[in-house]
Every structure is written in C-alpha cells, then in structure tokens.
Design a protein around this ligand. Sequence first.
Ligand SMILES: *Cc1c(COP(=O)(O)O)cnc(C)c1O
Length: 372
Amino acid sequence: MDQLRRIWLARPETDEAEIDEIRGVMQSGYLTQGPKVAEFEGLVAGRVGVGRAFATTSATTALHLTLAALGIGPGDEVLVPDFTFPATANVVVQQGAVPVLVDIDLATFAINVDDLARKVTSSTRAVIPVHPFGLPADMDPIMEVAERHGLTVVEDAACALGAEYRGRPVGSIGLAGCFSFHPRKSITTGEGGMIATSDEALAERIALLRSHGGVRHGGRFTFEDAGFNYRMSDILAAVGVAQMRKLDAMLRVRRAIAALYARALEGISGVRTPTCPEGSTHTYQSYVVMLDRAINRDAVIAQLASAGIETTLGTYALHAQPFFARAYRLSPGDVPNSYRAFESSLALPLHTGITSVQVDEVVEALKAAVRS
Ligand SMILES: *Cc1c(COP(=O)(O)O)cnc(C)c1O
C-alpha cells in the first residue's frame, strides 16, 4: 500500500533549519520549557496579535487547559460544532461539562449561527467555534450571540494559524484561541499546541495550571491548584521557531495549490470546491470538496488509493461516533448538514511539496472516479 502511494495527502516541510535549531537547544543543556518556548510563544503572539501565548503539548491540551482555566465544569454546557475532530468536544467531557452539538453550514463547514443561538440554555457557559480546515468561522454573528447570552468564546483554531477574518487574525477574536502544530497543520512541531489570549486574568490561570499549579518562590514552589503538566519542550519549540519563519511562504504555496485545484475542478459535475468568503483568508489545512449525494465517497477514496493517491474524509460527525451517540443520543436528523458532510466530504492531497502535474493527476483520477 505504502509503495503504491505516490501522492500523499499531507506532508510536513522541514529541512536543515529545524535541525540547526534543535542542535542549539541540545547543546544548551536546557531541554524542558525554557528560552526557546518563550521565543516561539513570542513569535506566535506577535503573528496573532495577542498579548500572551502559551505553548502546550497539543491543541487538545491547549483547549483543555483553557476550559480548566475558565473554570468550566459539571453543570455547564459548551456549544461545539458537530462536524469536527473529536478533541473539540472531548475536552468539554473531560471537564465534566456537557458538549452540546451544533449543526454546520454546508457551504463553509463552519458552525451554523441559527442552530447555535437555538441551543443556548441557562446552563450554557461557552462556545468553541472551529475554523474548519483553516477557513475562519463567521465570527461576528457568533460573538454577537455570545455577548447577548454572556458566553465565553474559545476559538478552535487548530487548523488556522495564519488565517484572517475581516482583517483580524483568527485566535485573537474570542477570549482565547487554540492552535495545533500536528504535522497536518499550518506549521508543525511534531506534536504541539498554543493558546493565544489578551486576557490577563485568564493568562495567569493558564500559566499556573500548565505547570502543576505551582508558584515559584526562589528555589521552590508552593502548589496553589491541582494543575497539569502540559508544557512544551524547548526541543519542540526549536522546530516551531524555524517553522514560523516559513509560515508565510508555506501559506502562499498552499493557496496557490488550492487555486490550481479550483480551476481544474471547475465545472466537474458532482464535485463542489471549497469557498472562501469575501474578507476571509484560508490556510487550506485541508482541501475539502463535497461530492453529490449520489456518489459513493468511500468508493472514490478506494479508487484513488488504487491509483496511488491518498485522500480521506473531511472530518467526523460527532453524533455518529459511538461515544457521543451513547452519551447524547442525537440522530442524523438533528444535525443534518454535519451528517451530510461526514458522508460526502473528501480531502484531496495538498501540501507544499505537490507539483502542478500531480494536481492534474489527482483531478483526472477524481473525474474518472466520480463518473464510475
Ligand atoms: C487537529 C485538530 C485538533 C487537535 O489538535 P492536536 O494538536 O492534534 O491535539 C483539534 N481540533 C481541530 C479542529 C483539529 O483539526
């Protein structure tokens, strides 16, 4: 299978720059959270336009730490889109709160604001809008609903470092925003995440809980809370520092490849290409098309795989996953767009190493697959 795979879905871009940065950290003898983490945090905070940034071990731990720092817990409800990677909702469950699953808009895959407003109750504390595949969710109406009901907004910007919404970087619009540095995201540290916020009180809670709840007094600590160890290592931050220098160049390439796909796929019946509304910029973390209902998406994935082209589903409908189905008992009819996207979305290969010839090859293979 792996030998057959000639066109990868995703592939991180790293070179000597990352290795040089790592070498510097190894030679310094300081390997845990230290000066490289601080440098990396400064680069991300500057880019996102926030006062503070906190590196973590993943976007999942970034989201969890944020909810813990906000004091979200039993009895609370948190609104999350149904169409997302499970981590968005798992962190709510881990805090003992209830994730309330909200439908999406099919045109953008982002949370549907009418369904969001409808699902607010007296127990709702927060909303976690996702910027799906790197496209900003429509934040202005989301912020309006949140303000009307006194909800905290935590952006799941896992896929979206570098994206902007009406001139504002994502991650800076809600009270906090969480980024991922998994190899399929804008930049990578192998595994890693970051919280961005300009709220000083929240920042202090995050700093405390990220490292065991400990406060340093000279050579020792007092432990003021039952915190976590969600610290990033300086070794990984070194990779992040090198990756931040490449962010804009990598985003340019991703957007150029997306434009090639859009042109080549134009007018192919049964395949709808992703949109990017006026005023937004997209990272194209994934290039996700929607297939007509009549097309068997999984058969298309299999046919492309036999041609050596790796594709996958867009992402998951949470209500259709065994855990969420058992715990919250939603049916496809409750979140119909999410279910439809789960059934018919298809992520095509997109990474900075793809050539225009390979894009054409993917498009030709997709044309053949949707016809058969
Ligand atoms: C990738 C992803 C996550 C999880 O990120 P990790 O860094 O792997 O924990 C969370 N939410 C969304 C929307 C993602 O795409």
